[in-house]
Design a protein around this ligand. Structure first.
Ligand SMILES: [Zn+2]
Length: 82
């Protein structure tokens, strides 16, 4: 990012290496301020995403257990092993 004061290119730095001016990222400064309702909605979406991910993880574990149980039953009844 270029310093608006002395025009030094500072790359990803947040403080100008030449004059010490604080450089804020434009997208942070210009981001529209979220209302409380929007923040709550965003939080809910974040939580929902985490819950969905957790549920998918649990579903994979449960299906793994069910499959191994079915294989176990298969071994007992079809092949008469165990
Ligand atoms: Zn500067």
């Amino acid at each position: 990012m270029k310093c608006p004061k002395c025009n030094t290119d500072n790359g990803q730095r947040s403080v100008c290496k030449n004059c010490g001016l604080f450089l804020y990222k434009a997208d942070h400064r210009n981001a529209p301020k979220l209302s409380e309702k929007e923040i709550k909605q965003r939080d809910r979406q974040t939580i929902l995403r985490v819950v969905k991910k957790a549920l998918r993880f649990i579903a994979i574990i449960i299906s793994t257990f069910i499959i191994s149980f079915l294989v176990y039953l298969l071994l007992i009844f079809v092949f008469d092993i165990v």
